[in-house]
Write a protein that binds this ligand. Structure first.
Ligand code: NCD
Length: 319
């Protein structure tokens, strides 16, 4: 658990930090932004603010949706992408890089290969830090957009929802954050993966402590009993041994034939990028929501930028 005492400003570091009340507020405002944006295209609330996107690992959706979110809120963006193109390639430490950046920006979204990097960042600087993925640790803002996606399709405040997580559950940081958020709702989990890339013990311990029901299996048939299928890529970059990665990479494939055996109203989610685990032959089926999910990243991240700056109330000025 993160020690929040050091947090002088509102940062987003882990999914643990959100109460059910916070999540309800974030979901409500994300829906509001989704509809306001259709009408207004731009909501000029952060016009005096600059966001720094500091991405030291590859990214498409997360960085672009953060940057687009900032632009749609009337704000500006400065960006350092890839260690090889920043002074870190010359040997500068992350600490020095961030200390310099904080005088150029008001909010920092950071992606870094080391678990816990965003916590270190938030201890080093005095502007809000947003964890945009820290190694195999967490990805809380992805989890927020995933939660929003589920809430659009399923009654998460009401009946028990069965979520099946498929693929790389060991290194999949989006899963780690999403189970923390879903634990605040009425959800049960089925983890479908080979044991070698199953859910790490620390997350199981937390689920047990909260009395949350979960099962683990390597059998993809278990997905046919679920309301939501959350499919993930095997995280090649986290494996020290390539043979293990090769062994798992094409193990599960969700295609049209398999989908016919699932519940009719199942939704298939994926944080993307996908490899072969979700076949393109289901892309146009109503169950496939992953491109919509990526779109929801824009609205969710607009909400989160207003959340960290304490300006969510400014949405009241738009109708
Ligand atoms: C995920 C990530 O970076 O953890 N992608 C994303 O942010 N949408 C998932 C992945 O890389 O497999």
């Amino acid at each position: 658990m993160v020690d929040y005492v050091f947090m002088q400003v509102k940062s987003i570091l882990t999914a643990d930090q959100f109460s059910r009340q916070d999540l309800d507020l974030i979901l409500k405002n994300t829906a509001r932004i989704e509809s306001l944006l259709k009408k207004h295209k731009q909501l000029n609330i952060l016009d005096k603010y600059i966001l720094a996107t500091m991405f030291f690992e590859p990214s498409t959706r997360t960085r672009l949706s953060f940057e687009s979110a900032m632009h749609r809120l009337g704000g500006r963006v400065v960006s350092a992408v890839g260690m090889q193109f920043s002074s870190m390639a010359k040997g500068e430490t992350l600490y020095d890089t961030l200390k310099v950046m904080e005088s150029y920006a008001d909010i920092c979204a950071i992606r870094h290969p080391v678990e816990g990097a965003s916590i270190v960042a938030s201890k080093s600087i005095s502007i809000p830090v947003i964890n945009a993925g820290d190694g195999a640790g967490e990805h809380p803002t992805q989890a927020i957009l995933d939660l929003y996606t589920i809430s659009v399709h399923k009654d998460i405040a009401g009946k028990n929802i069965q979520i099946g997580f498929v693929g790389d559950i060991k290194y999949g940081r989006t899963i780690h954050s999403l189970i923390k958020l879903l634990s605040k709702f009425n959800a049960s989990f089925t983890f479908i993966s080979p044991a070698e890339i199953g859910l790490p013990e620390k997350y199981k311990k937390d689920l047990n402590q909260m009395n949350i029901k979960f099962t683990e299996t390597n059998d993809i048939e278990a997905l046919t009993e679920c309301d939501v299928g959350y499919i993930t890529r095997i995280q090649e970059e986290r494996f020290s041994d390539h043979a293990t990665f090769d062994q798992f990479k094409d193990l599960y494939v969700i295609n049209k034939k398999f989908l016919k055996t699932c519940r009719k109203d199942i939704i298939i989610m994926h944080p993307l990028p996908r490899l072969n685990e979700v076949s393109t032959d289901i892309d146009s089926m109503p169950q496939a929501v992953y491109f919509k999910q990526a779109e929801y990243g824009l609205y969710s991240r607009m909400t989160l930028l207003l959340y960290v700056t304490g300006l969510l109330d400014k949405l009241d000025e738009f109708s």
